[in-house]
Design a protein around this ligand. Sequence first.
Ligand code: ACO
Length: 321
Amino acid sequence: MSIRIIGTGSALPERCVTNDDLAKLMDTSDEWIRERTGIGSRYLSTGETVAYLAGKACERALENAGKEAEEVELLLAATCSPEMALPCTACQIQAQIGAGGAAAFDLNAACAGFLFALHTAYAYIEAGIYKNALIVGAEVLSKLMDWTDRGTCILFGDGAGAVFVEKCGESGILGFSQHSDGARGGVLSCAARGLHNPYFKDASEGGFVRMDGREVFAFAVRQVPAAISEALEKARLRPEDVDLYVLHQANKRIIEGIAKRLGVGPEKFPINLDRVGNTSSAAIPLLLDELNGAGRLRRGMTVALSGFGAGLTYGACVLKW
Ligand code: ACO
């Protein structure tokens, strides 16, 4: 028994912000951002919430799968930028789309969140607990950015992507890897609201995303190829056997570095970060939906997914589309 992705969906805020738009707000340029990251524009929320974008992506994934919301048994939302600490985003989505029969909860593994949620759904379905799952990655990271930190705020965009998966007889997921390195968590972090009770007062109201860009770059280029190789080994496949590599869209140079280390041509690594930036946990399902809509994902293809981000968290999944 395994799981197969049978529907995809996505949602972006209305407002598209180009590098030139950002250059009007801070000392940067289209040339600098494109050269260092490959990003040309991103969508930023002008009021759209994580729950709203996630709900839209979920509705579209269900429609694409030909399923009704009442059929969903497990609803997992991966996000690190929820509006509410309680109730969780997945429960808000559940109410929004009418998936009353689902068990719904959130999972936060930052940019690897969608991948970890997919593996969680796989474990539940493989164990025979549920037959299907709706999995969404959604972020409005623009609210966690320090808009005076030009080295970080230019990278990220807001958006959501979702997939509907269900039990299948043949092998859908062929192999996966999943790792965390909490000892190196300081290289990419964002503080939550501080302790404030009758006995202790922490002045912190919550912070902004802080990142050591070079360390993150080095981590991604070193660890991600190893995580993909591990998943491939479990699937008894070689890097060249994979038809498409759908990677977390952090930075074009990171993706090129990973392709080089795997010895695979860049044409197998589709990219949309030039248009949407780094959307953290939404990046993989957003790109999957784009590829699906363009007819680039055909049944029987071998696809490798890989997510990596704050935590540090990272992993890969090799599956039959
Ligand atoms: N525009 C113009 N100049 C800038 C900008 C900007 N937006 N940002 C920084 N600079 C300047 C710096 O001030 C510095 O100037 P100085 O030499 O006068 O001091 C110079 O450019 C070089 O800065 P660096 O930070 O050393 O630039 P670097 O080449 O390392 O590129 C970058 C920075 C793009 C962030 C790179 O480190 C990177 O891509 N890291 C990966 C980070 C990443 O992808 N994070 C995503 C989140 S994590 C995830 O999703 C996995």
